[in-house]
Design a protein around this ligand. Structure first.
Ligand code: B1M
Length: 212
């Protein structure tokens, strides 16, 4: 039976075929999809980040690791997203303007779908105006903003400002991403912050007035 650490090593090395195989084998061995993501795949991307910071690898290697992770998430997605009854809440999600990182955002999107939210995913590099237009069009209950770069945190602040200025009834705004903290969320007036995908479900439910 494979160990989660083998999956971490495979994704960090960008070994797509091994990553997908180990993901399936861990599932078959009884590991939950959540534990595979949180204890297998995410630590692999953290290793990649550290290596990049130390100039041991460069953007192409990061991309190859990201591709391996995405393939593994395709295996897990149907299990994370249960076929549910009609969703009660509509949420918009996207990565803020200037930021192209989408793995964390995709993970939150999957978890929210699994929690029976209707999710409209705007992708990456989303301007404040696009978030607002989508919130209006879909009569959204929640807008989720993701940012992975310290340089795109100002775009997050601007998006929160634009959404709050529009004063759409009952619209909540939630933020997250590696450089984001609760303190930053409080500073820019976001209604909620979550550090990871599991907490993102709890926080979204709480913002909708549901028990987490
Ligand atoms: Co980039 N990158 N990257 N990158 N990249 C980071 C973020 C970095 C920390 C690496 C490093 O230096 N150690 C660094 C940012 C430094 C900083 O700003 N302080 C960095 C850099 C510098 C860059 C470039 C500028 C590099 C360059 O070109 N010189 C460039 C920027 C491009 C751009 O966006 N304009 C760049 C490019 C890329 C790739 C395209 C090669 C690739 C992205 C591929 C893709 O996403 N499709 C990439 C990758 C893979 C990474 C790392 C290695 C991994 C990111 C990831 O997917 N993590 C990353 C290092 C790291 O994070 N340790 C790094 C796994 C994912 C599951 O975690 O996204 O954090 P994460 O999501 C988590 C939480 O943050 C949270 O929940 C998720 C699940 O637990 N969360 C939310 C996220 N969004 C949320 C929203 C919520 C709630 C929670 O509510 C709405």
């Amino acid at each position: 039976m494979p160990e989660l650490i083998e999956l971490t090593t495979a994704v960090a090395a960008g070994k797509r075929v091994d990553t997908v195989r180990l993901t399936q084998e861990l599932l078959d061995a009884g590991h939950s999809p959540q534990s595979i993501v949180e204890q297998g795949l995410v630590p692999g991307m953290a290793i990649v980040g550290e290596q990049f910071k130390r100039n041991e690898i460069f953007v192409p290697e990061m991309l190859i690791a990201a591709r391996a992770m995405k393939e593994a998430l395709k295996v897990l997605e149907p299990l994370l997203v249960k076929a549910g009854i009609k969703p009660k809440y509509t949420v918009i999600i996207g990565t803020v303007q200037g930021d192209l990182h989408d793995i964390g955002k995709n993970l939150i999107s999957m978890m929210w779908r699994g929690a029976n939210f209707a999710v409209v995913d705007l992708g990456t590099n989303v301007s404040a105006e696009r978030y607002l237009a989508a919130a209006r069009e879909h009569n959204a209950n929640l807008v989720g903003l993701s940012a992975l770069l310290t340089t795109t945190m100002p775009a997050m602040k601007e998006t929160v400002r634009v959404l709050k200025a529009a004063a759409l009834p009952n619209l909540k705004v939630m933020i997250g991403g590696a450089p984001i903290t609760q303190e930053f969320a409080d500073d820019i007036g976001a209604d909620g912050y979550a550090a990871d995908a599991g907490t993102a479900v709890e926080v979204a439910r709480r913002l909708m007035g549901e028990a987490a």
